[in-house]
Design a protein around this ligand. Structure first.
Ligand code: DQA
Length: 149
């Protein structure tokens, strides 16, 4: 199974960025952990601080041999209709991840404009949320396509 893992702005600084909120693991640590835990999956990792680059990465899966997307859109989650529209086009399942529990934080973080284009949102599991998202893609038949059942 080929899975694209997308991380948005400021997540390149995980490990040093507000560790009391986002933990001490770097993005490279998280990526290595995923590869170690799920040798049956083939991961493509992408991080960008730029909205259009993330749209391009999402579009790059179309017509290619990808079976799922994991996305932490970071702050774009809360206002990027461009990323939502790109995700909505996909015929493969997308799982949204947030390291922190966005529902327990500032008001502006509680709303995700991208979640409606995803089969699930995982929020507040720390960096383990990425693994849980992969579990969903690998083992939950119900997360195939855009079905929500
Ligand atoms: C985040 C939560 C967002 O509100 C924030 O802008 C981020 C990280 C998370 O992983 O908890 O950059 O997506």
């Amino acid at each position: 199974m080929n899975i694209l893992v997308i991380n948005g702005p400021n997540l390149n600084l995980l490990g040093t960025r507000e560790p009391h909120i986002y933990g001490s693991q770097t993005l490279a640590d998280i990526e290595h952990e995923l590869m170690g835990r799920y040798p049956e999956a083939h991961f493509t990792f992408f991080q960008s601080n730029h909205e259009g680059a993330i749209v391009d990465a999402i579009q790059s899966t179309i017509g290619k041999d990808f079976q799922g997307v994991v996305i932490n859109g970071a702050a774009f989650t809360h206002y990027s209709y461009a990323i939502r529209d790109a995700l909505a086009m996909l015929m493969i399942p997308v799982v949204e991840v947030h390291i922190s529990n966005i529902h327990l934080r500032e008001e502006f973080r509680r709303h995700s404009v991208t979640a409606p284009a995803c089969v699930a949102q995982l929020s507040g599991f720390g960096s383990n949320g990425y693994s849980l998202a992969v579990e969903m893609l690998l083992y939950h038949k119900s997360s195939q396509g855009k079905s929500t059942v």
